[in-house]
Ligand binder design. Structure first.
Ligand code: TXA
Ligand code: MG
Length: 357
């Protein structure tokens, strides 16, 4: 299949969509309506979109990603009122969270309506719903009829794409079109909150933290215990969280501890790897750039800047692949606030290999 690459230039006033952009997005919407797949930007990561109400489209999404079909898809909408058609029960908490965080990087799990095919929800009787803030995503969803199922637009297991060039790397030839709308602002997938349980529970941490959710809902919001402790033996409630994920091709290990000890430990490991003939890489904060003796050092931003680190994480993991790095070491991040999401993805990318010094 020949994949169309469509550039959205946002050349209208203040970076808004031009008439030409809107025309191109209409065309992409038609492709989705006819059962085709189109990758598109969001404020988190690129999504691989198909008609959420068409079971054949969902099957195509699983095939294009090489994704197990028990791993449900998120349905993207572009207007609050549209939730009524796909959710059987809309608790008051959903409206409260939507008023504060939508459009934005928050996905809510609700009881599904019959119209949503089991192919889209991976056989579950619940549906994941998200209203993204990216204007390209919004216009595409509207043009596609209002309901777009979209997982991250990577081959299953690889880091989620934050730029169109990585979508092209994974999806060229597998889908009808890829919309290049630049780089997403956030860089990590949306927070998933399950509203079918009381109190609501976070199934995947993201930019919207438990504290932010709790302050709107007036109750403490906890994270699914299975994803906080990989050794717990519990099954994650978001099926996708059980798979090894976000992984670069090289072997990644996280080193945690006091800064100077981390630097010493990583340099010791690098020396051994180099002696063995491996190409080496390090992911470090800006301040530590010069301290490592590695072939490639990738910077996450100023120490403690969680937004910068999240924004760069997947690009850095993909860049190590671009450079054919075989052994990768990463400094660790604080787990407070948005850091919970960063460490969740980093630990999964490392297959939970963590050295404590
Ligand atoms: O930011 C995002 O959420 C991106 C962009 C494209 O919107 N999408 C994304 O989709 O990350 P995906 O498919 O890569 O991750 C969706 C996660 C999976 O872990 C899946 O198991 C979980 O959401 N999920 C979807 N529906 C669910 C449901 N009904 N119950 C529990 N977990 C669900
Ligand atoms: Mg994904």
């Amino acid at each position: 299949m020949e994949t169309e690459i469509i550039n959205i230039e946002k050349s209208g006033p203040d970076g808004s969509l031009s008439a030409k952009d809107l025309e191109a997005l209409k065309h992409c919407g038609e492709i989705i309506k006819e059962g085709g797949l189109v990758a598109f930007p969001t404020e988190t990561v690129y999504g691989l979109g198909g008609d959420a109400l068409n079971p054949e489209s969902s099957k195509k999404i699983y095939a294009a990603k090489g994704r197990p079909s028990d791993n449900p898809l998120i349905v993207h909408i572009a207007e609050w009122g549209d939730i009524k058609k796909i959710a059987a029960d809309i608790p008051v908490e959903a409206k409260m969270l939507a008023d504060t965080f939508w459009p934005g990087p928050l996905t809510m799990i609700l009881k599904k309506a019959d119209i949503v095919p089991m192919e889209t929800t991976g056989g579950l009787d619940t549906v994941a719903v998200r209203y993204p803030s990216d204007i390209v995503a919004q216009e595409l969803i509207k043009a596609a009829g209002g309901y777009v199922a979209a997982p991250s637009a990577n081959i299953s297991g690889r880091p989620s794409p934050t730029q169109a060039k990585y979508v092209i790397e994974d999806m060229d030839g597998r889908i009808c079109a890829i919309i290049d709308g630049g780089e997403g602002e956030i860089g990590l997938e949306s927070t998933i909150v399950d509203l079918t349980v009381n109190p609501p529970q976070v199934l995947r941490p993201g930019f919207i933290t438990n504290e932010m959710l709790g302050s709107v809902l007036g109750t403490e919001v906890e994270t699914d215990k299975a994803i906080l402790d990989a050794d717990s033996g519990l099954k994650p409630r978001a099926p996708g969280m059980k798979y090894r994920h976000y992984a670069p091709k090289g072997d990644l290990t996280i080193v945690e501890g006091e800064s100077s000890e981390v630097v010493n430990k990583i340099n010791e490991l690098l020396a051994a790897d180099r002696a063995a003939g491996f190409k080496t890489g390090v992911m470090a904060c800006d301040e530590n750039e010069k301290l490592y003796d590695a072939d490639v050092v990738m910077l996450t931003g100023p120490k403690g800047d969680q937004k910068a680190a999240a924004h760069r994480l997947y690009t850095i993991l993909r860049s190590f692949d671009d450079e054919d790095v075989v052994r990768i070491y990463s400094e660790s991040f604080a787990k407070d606030g948005f850091g919970a999401a960063i460490m969740n993805r980093l630990l999964k990318a490392a297959g939970h290999k963590l050295i404590k010094c």
